[in-house]
Design a protein around this ligand. Structure first.
Ligand code: NDP
Length: 258
């Protein structure tokens, strides 16, 4: 089970789903592949990269500490990716995983700070667009190269949840944005993957801070009854989907559907 010789960029790679995906992907990539882990936490990235280098000596594993809510963060990530050696590259995989929940202790009518809304959208929507477009320019279409773009999404992209105004809006916008990419670029394989509720820092934030008590209780119960999705299983499913390459480009695929 190999993904071949890949160059892969993973945003939000310091913990949670992104880190799990990196570890599994490193095990599936052929020697000569290169992997770039991106997040803001320099120390954590440095440590994880060292571990991956020891485990997978045939891979080029790199990190960039970048705040993807800023233009500078996006630019530095693109530069670092372009500098990674790729040799006879078979696959480019861009995994737009980084994300934030926003202030879920607020309901719609409490959201009056336009700057805060713009900051949320800059990170969760604009940076995913500009990072992906810039990376696709850095690795242009050529025969023998498959370019894969992953949008890590959520059920919140298609269903409204009380007190999740920004999160739902951001995920919905991203789904549509990546559907347009699939329409425009026939050679690019675009997968929008919803990984299911996993026990990460984001999930804990939802469980503790969500304004809507009914919804918060659902998350508390899921955790208590062990019903959260196993992060390893979800990451494996996503990589299996990329590898099998049978999905319709642009589609939203949910963990529970496959
Ligand atoms: P976590 O909050 O655990 O991790 C988020 C990651 O994003 C971290 O690596 C964090 O690193 C990085 N990040 C946050 N802000 C920035 C920033 N400004 N610039 C660069 N990187 C940043 O989230 P999960 O692992 O739970 O979620 C991963 C993805 O899966 C998200 O897109 C989320 O919406 C989605 N998802 C999660 C679900 C869940 O139940 N957990 C359910 C459905 C979807 P650092 O702080 O070092 O920057």
């Amino acid at each position: 089970m190999s993904l071949g010789r890949v160059v892969c960029v993973v945003s939000g790679a310091s913990r949670g789903f992104g880190l799990t995906v990196c570890r599994q992907l490193a095990a599936r990539a052929a020697p000569g592949s290169a992997l770039l882990l991106v997040s803001r936490s320099e120390e954590t990235l440095r440590r994880e990269v060292e571990t991956l280098r020891e485990r997978c000596p045939g891979l080029g594993v790199h990190w960039t500490a970048a705040d993807l809510s800023t233009e500078d963060g996006v630019r530095r990530t693109v530069t670092a990716a372009a500098e990674m050696s790729s040799g006879e590259l078979e696959r480019l995989i861009i995994i737009n995983n980084a994300g934030s929940l926003g202030n879920v202790s607020n309901h719609f009518v409490d959201i009056t700070d336009m700057e805060a809304v713009n900051r949320y959208l800059a990170f969760n929507v604009s940076s995913a667009l500009c990072l992906t477009s810039s990376l696709l320019k850095s690795f242009p279409k050529r025969s023998g190269l498959q370019r894969v773009v992953i949008n890590v999404s959520s059920l919140a992209a298609i269903r409204a949840f009380k007190s999740w105004t920004l999160y739902c809006a951001g995920k919905a916008a991203r789904d549509m944005m990546f559907r347009v990419l699939a329409e425009e670029e026939a050679d690019v394989r675009v997968l929008t993957y919803s990984p299911g509720p996993m026990d990460t820092e984001m999930q804990e934030e939802a469980r503790t801070l969500m304004a809507d008590t009914e919804q918060r209780q659902i998350f508390i119960t899921m955790k208590k009854e062990g019903k959260l999705v196993d992060i390893e299983v979800s990451a494996r499913k996503m990589l299996d989907i990329i590898q099998s390459d049978t999905y319709k480009s642009g589609d939203h695929v949910d963990y529970y559907d496959v």
